[in-house]
Design a protein around this ligand. Structure first.
Ligand code: ATP
Length: 441
């Protein structure tokens, strides 16, 4: 992993690489882009999927106490009335009477001075601006058809609590995990995909007996911090920060954030919150349904308390990119390489015939056919081999497999390692086990 901390120059380089190599494009770019909205290109969609798969693997696949869910994005107002989002999910907005710009009051360096025109005392009284996207379900646009795009995936989990309990045979402590899009009409977007209006979250609600909340909170803080380290972010770029009491969300009795050292300072990747019994109690009250647990061993009924690790997939993807970006001098030239954890790398292997001649591309495609069922592969026969290696380095591809004319004789290929650039000659027959051994599942 690179030694340096992310700085402004590195930020620009990563954003530039994302555009140039097909990770992330501004949305509706041919129309001038659309308000901090981004599209994930051929490489970005693989990286983002791998980030989500890595989370799912750790949170669902490798555990027997957590199940998955995929709830709807569109939801009725009743959900958000109960959750408190309609009343409290808002930011304070002020307008400058002098230049007409709008700002989040809680983000101003000096709450009396407009950062755009410098005028003092020009702000209007703050107004609470609700961050939820409102729409209408069905053809009639009236109050009865109002619906919201979810601003977090968590509520879909709480409203399905009874469904999951009744069908999954899980008992506290157990969790429900969900990955999906969330929408917030953020006032200040920016820093590339750090804060966008449409983004993806990876959230898990862990239901525990009431007294056990604090213990599980400690457990999940440690566990989630370790996940980022295990996936290649150096510890010095990560920290856990506990919220001051005045920062806490309306549902939380304690929150710690996993933060990453972005070029502009520490920024949240994930919030781990003790949501207590707030959500289940509110939904039980508002819906009239019982949302509790009967513990047969002790003969008691209780509303489980909830510990929630809530991460952003898109924001986290950006942190992984910044941590992985590296440049080094190789024979007088600068080599750019993404030292991504193998599990996250968009392509695991690139197959590169040395020449475009059919006598090489035919066998190269055969090798590709052997690898594709097992690994996500790229195939590239254009340009000089050096430039193709450089491209794969910039995509973070751990291994390049090159076929040359000797391969036709010895039925072997050259395998080049992304990080060390070491090359091994490997028999085609041995290639799958060779790569399997080196690529973590
Ligand atoms: P922030 O303080 O940055 O607004 P938050 O505390 O409101 O974030 P949570 O509600 O805890 O965020 O959401 C969990 C995670 O979802 C965040 O840690 C972040 O990674 C991600 N996230 C939240 N808002 C956005 C956004 N507008 N764009 C991208 N990711 C986001």
């Amino acid at each position: 992993m690179p030694e340096r901390s992310p700085d402004a120059a590195l930020f620009d380089k990563v954003v530039n690489l994302c555009k140039r190599r097909g990770f992330v494009f501004p949305s509706a770019e041919i129309y001038g882009g659309f308000r901090s909205t981004y599209d994930y290109g051929p490489i970005g969609v693989l990286l983002l999927r791998n980030v989500k798969d890595a989370w799912w693997r750790s949170m669902v696949q490798l555990r027997d106490d957590i199940v998955g869910l995929d709830a709807a994005i569109l939801s009725p107002p009743a959900v958000w009335e109960a959750s408190g989002h309609l009343a409290t999910f808002s930011d304070p907005l002020v307008d400058c009477r002098h230049c007409g710009t709008r700002h989040r009051q809680d983000e101003l360096d000096d709450p009396d001075v407009c950062p755009t025109c410098g005028t003092r005392g020009s702000f209007t009284e703050p107004r609470q601006f609700n961050l939820m996207f409102k729409t209408h379900a069905g053809p009639v646009e009236d109050d009865a058809s109002v619906a919201y795009l979810r601003p977090e995936t968590a509520q879909g989990i709480f409203v399905n609590f009874a469904n999951v309990v009744n069908t999954s045979r899980k008992r506290p402590p157990f969790g429900i995990a969900q990955i999906g899009k969330s929408f917030r009409n953020e006032i200040t977007t920016g820093n590339f995909v750090f804060r966008t209006r449409e983004f993806e979250q990876m959230e898990m609600e862990y239901f525990v007996p009431p007294g056990d909340g604090p213990r599980w909170f400690e457990y999940w803080c440690a566990e989630r911090l370790r996940w980022y380290v295990d996936h290649g972010i150096p510890e010095r770029l990560l920290r856990l920060r506990s919220h001051d009491p005045d920062e806490l969300s309306h549902y939380s009795s304690g929150t710690s954030d996993v933060e990453f050292l972005f070029p502009w300072g520490w920024g949240e990747l994930e919030g781990i919150a003790q949501r207590t019994d707030f959500d289940l109690t509110r939904h039980a009250e508002h819906s009239g349904e019982k949302l509790d647990w009967f513990d047969q061993a002790s003969g008691t009924r209780y509303v489980p308390h909830v510990v929630e690790p809530a991460a952003g997939a898109t924001r986290t993807m950006m942190a992984f990119l910044m941590a992985a970006y590296d440049e080094e001098e190789v024979r007088g030239e600068t080599r750019t390489v993404l030292r991504l954890h193998h599990r996250l790398a968009p392509y695991k292997v690139a197959v590169l015939p040395l020449s475009k001649k059919a006598e090489l591309t035919g066998p190269a495609r055969e090798v590709l056919g052997r690898l594709q069922p097992r690994f996500m592969c790229d195939y590239d026969e254009t340009q000089a081999i050096g430039r193709r290696y450089r491209r794969q380095d910039e995509l973070g591809t751990p291994f390049c497999v090159t076929l040359d004319f000797e391969s036709l004789e010895d039925e072997a290929v050259t395998v080049r390692d992304r990080d060390s650039m070491d090359q091994d000659r490997v028999a085609v027959e041995e290639l799958v086990p060779y790569l399997e051994e080196r690529l973590e599942p």
